[in-house]
Design a protein around this ligand. Sequence first.
Ligand code: ATP
Ligand code: MG
Length: 388
Amino acid sequence: MNEIILLKLGELVLKGLNRRMFEDKLIANARRRLQSCGKFKVYTKQSTMYVEPQSDECDMDRAWEAMTRLFGVVGLSRARACEKDADAMLQTAIDYLGDKLSAARTFKVESKRADKTFPMTSIQLSQYVGGELDDKYPNLTVDVHHPELTIHLEVRDYAAYVHADPEPGAGGLPVGVGGRAVSLLSGGIDSPVASWMIAKRGIALDMVHFFSYPYTSEEAKQKVLDLAKLLTPWCGRLVVHVVPFTAIQEELRRSCPEELFTVLMRRFMMRIADRVARRIGAGAVVTGESLGQVASQTMEAMRATGAVTDLPILRPVVGMDKEEIVRIARHIGTFETSILPYEDCCTVFTPRHPRLRPTLAELEAAEAALDIGAMVDAAVDGIQRVKV
Ligand code: ATP
Ligand code: MG
């Protein structure tokens, strides 16, 4: 109960007039993530956010885990509260950070005094506590320039706090400050990473998944829902719009040249994503495309898919190598699920010789006989919305 979490706010402190909005969003996001960990008080003061448990039932370890995934936070530390008294702070440092004090070779004490009525200056407090710790731990010497360990003492209005160096936070901007986008989520490695990268820039997401039952199985759909769920600690709660895609694929296979199939299919994905975006008020479409990775990921193919919508298409992994994407996938926890072997709707219908550089004129000619509006309407009407 006398332990709290301190969060250092990131870029948002720079945003001047928008700062209040940024902080409010961050606080709201933090509260939502903490809901299942017990009752917490959350507030900001001087570009620090305080997360204070309100009862002994609070699960501090889970709260800490949740806060490490909160976009908008650059650093975080667990701190122990104690009386505003130099000896109490010294004793708290020994009790709370004893392991770290025993393991380090060099250290320093850094003090902050928000309560100006405190009888010692910051320097006096640091010198006193530092001197006592130096005596007590023979392994330690003081190094004020490059210490391995810094003991932070903060004297605030109602209590003093003792903590070690902050650990790196998730960075980015609070989800929601930049509006909303729809993200095309397949079962692969790239699209969960792309979604995460855009959420990190403060964008709330709705997911769209194209489902080709019975060519792809219920398990394949479940895998996508699992991936969406793995993203929620970062992105917040998500809606997955599951679009029935089989009829469109069969129609394309029946009436269009095989070598154009992939790009034609992607144009339909984009048209449907555009409709979902308009329905929910989203301002962009996110994909996990990376240049040159497969036939449909050339500049020409991107132009052709982009031509059916005027929404910006955000492709955050466009210039990344597979290894770089995999590294992020591991970091965010989606990799192991992404590599489970279930078929994707694109692999089921892959043409033997896809055209690498389709022209718009060819694609439009191939689509001329189709009733595009009716095909898109039918797919959109069949959308199943799943909350994860
Ligand atoms: P990923 O690893 O994300 O599946 P990929 O390298 O397999 O990507 P493609 O299959 O060409 O590449 O898909 C490119 C992008 O198109 C995906 O990153 C995703 O954003 C979108 N996409 C592909 N298939 C689907 C699908 N069935 N449902 C929703 N979006 C899809
Ligand atoms: Mg794929």
